[in-house]
Design a protein around this ligand. Structure first.
Ligand code: SF4
Length: 500
């Protein structure tokens, strides 16, 4: 025994970080925080922790949480089975322990997702019970303190080190002692050969330091290389937004949502064939670049594609997802983070299309009806986006640019309501609306085809390119000067009347 508590505890009192779960260290709070911190850095985990306990303040709330909502709360933390196990354990707590965590190491250890370390942390920090909480940090500290060459990944080494921890643990402060060891490992006795021995309260006791070997410890076997799995991810952008597919109910990233994902590095032609087989022929197919995600036991090497389709087919376990729903309801694991901007843009397309439906209705009617439809649109903004009636919000407002509404007639027919804004001398048109109006009115197929050929790909391209500003759907639209837009598309006899 080295007698480390005497130096370690005063150091901890002075240097302990202020963390939300330390402010109110109930067993529930310790449990949630420790599960989150198992595979996640402290700075990343804290906001998740705060959101989680605010929404699910006790085991009963956790047990009753909708599983999709739970996955959404966990989105980005990875290792989603942790969230599922939390809920399983919470249900057991409600059934067997009156909705409380049991003040007993073995009973805690028997709960789903709770291993030796977590059971020890909850028992010692949450309940003040003598128990070890030995994680990688503690193994590293003890390998160095004892100048011990034993392989710390071996169970017998862990047992030996755990016994040493318990020798050192003061009976009256087990929780503080365990936290102090974790804190020392996180702040001072750092991994990868970088211990800050000069700042360490245990330096006088440390055998590894005395022997000049601290940086070579702990000893671990070399890692085996992980197998690399080539995959093809396809972000499909369609009239309903972005197409997401729910992963299988069991296994890796179970029940989370993803773009279409196929094994193998598929060629453009193969991707096009597979999409067509699903009833989603792609009008455009653009590479999104590669992305790699490293799991514990394997690596996904993905090649991404963006597919634009006008089809609305819905393959198995799939959903068309709008930007709003993507943000609030669908959990997409961070393995697909590289494709998220494309997904957000693709989902935004759905928003644009949804809103332009209102304009199609408007264009089908006379100017009075158009005006009332525009009022409806304002009301929709109010209801769906929390914007006060009478005030329209979009990228223009944020840019501080004014705008006007126009009714467009082609060959004497009302075909479009367009929103325009002025930028210097130019009048800028939201041409997405124009395309919608033509489609909605069934105006001459040749004219429509000419417009689509000229603008559809480009407009969507602009939409996707504008993803950084795509919070409001208008910001995601493409614009061009009114003058010339119809002429370029071969449509003549256009007359515009300013309405609003
Ligand atoms: Fe770690 Fe150095 Fe402290 Fe030893 S003296 S416990 S090696 S930081």
């Amino acid at each position: 025994m080295l007698g480390i508590a005497k130096a370690l505890l005063p150091w901890f009192e002075q240097h302990r970080r202020v963390l939300p779960f330390r402010q109110d260290p109930t067993p529930y709070h310790i449990w949630i925080s420790e599960i989150m911190l198992q595979q996640t850095r402290m700075t990343a985990a804290v906001p998740y922790y705060e959101r989680f306990v605010a929404e699910l303040p006790d085991p009963a709330a956790l047990a009753a949480c909708d599983p999709d909502r739970l996955r959404k709360l966990w989105q980005g933390l990875g290792y989603y089975s942790r969230a599922a196990n939390l809920q399983k354990a919470a249900k057991l707590l409600c059934q067997q322990y009156g909705g409380e965590l049991p003040a007993d190491y073995n009973a805690l250890r028997a709960l789903p997702g709770i291993g030796d370390y977590t059971a020890g942390a909850i028992a010692s920090i949450g309940f003040g019970l003598p128990a070890p909480a030995v994680d990688g940090n503690v193994l590293r500290v003890f390998a160095r303190l004892y100048n011990d060459d034993a392989d710390v990944t071996r169970p017998d080494t862990k047992r030996l080190f755990t016994a040493r921890v318990m020798e050192e643990q003061p009976a009256d402060r087990p929780g503080d002692f365990n936290q102090a060891l974790m804190e020392l490992g996180a702040l001072v006795c750092l991994p990868n050969g970088a211990p800050q021995c000069d700042a360490c309260p245990l330096s006088a006791l440390c055998r590894g330091r005395t022997a000049g070997r601290a940086e070579q410890l702990p000893v671990k076997p070399a890692k085996k290389p992980r197998p690399v799995l080539p995959l093809t991810a396809v972000v499909v952008s369609g009239p309903g937004g972005v197409l997401l597919q729910k992963r299988p109910d069991r296994g890796l990233l179970a029940k989370l949502w993803q773009p279409l994902l196929w094994e193998g590095a598929l060629s453009r032609a193969q991707v096009a064939d597979r999409l067509a087989d699903l009833g989603l022929p792609a009008g455009r197919l653009e590479p999104l670049g590669g992305a790699k995600h490293i799991f514990t036991h394997k690596v996904w090497q993905m090649q991404g594609w963006l597919a634009l389709t006008d089809a609305c087919a819905l393959p198995g376990r799939c959903a068309w997802v709008t930007a709003e729903a993507l943000e609030t309801a669908y959990s997409v694991p961070s393995a697909f983070a590289a494709f998220r901007p494309a997904m957000v843009s693709a989902a935004g397309t759905g928003s644009v299309l949804r809103h332009r439906t209102h304009l199609v209705l408007a264009a089908a009617a006379d100017p009075d009806t158009l005006q009332s439809c525009l009022a409806v649109r304002r009301a929709v903004f109010t209801r769906e986006r929390g914007i006060p009636a009478g005030i329209e919000t979009d990228g223009h407002d944020r840019l501080g640019v004014g705008y006007d509404h126009f009714l467009v007639r082609v060959d004497g027919q009302n075909v479009a309501a367009m929103r325009c804004h002025r930028q210097g001398d130019a009048v800028i048109l939201q041409r997405f609306c124009v395309l919608a109006m033509f489609r909605g009115q069934g105006i001459g197929r040749a004219a429509l085809a000419a417009l689509e050929a000229h603008y559809t790909g480009q407009a969507r391209r602009i939409l996707l390119d504008a993803k950084c500003e795509a919070q409001g759907f208008y910001a995601a639209c493409g614009y061009r000067p009114v003058s010339g837009i119809f002429e370029e598309a071969g449509i003549n006899h256009v007359r515009m009347e300013k309405l609003l």
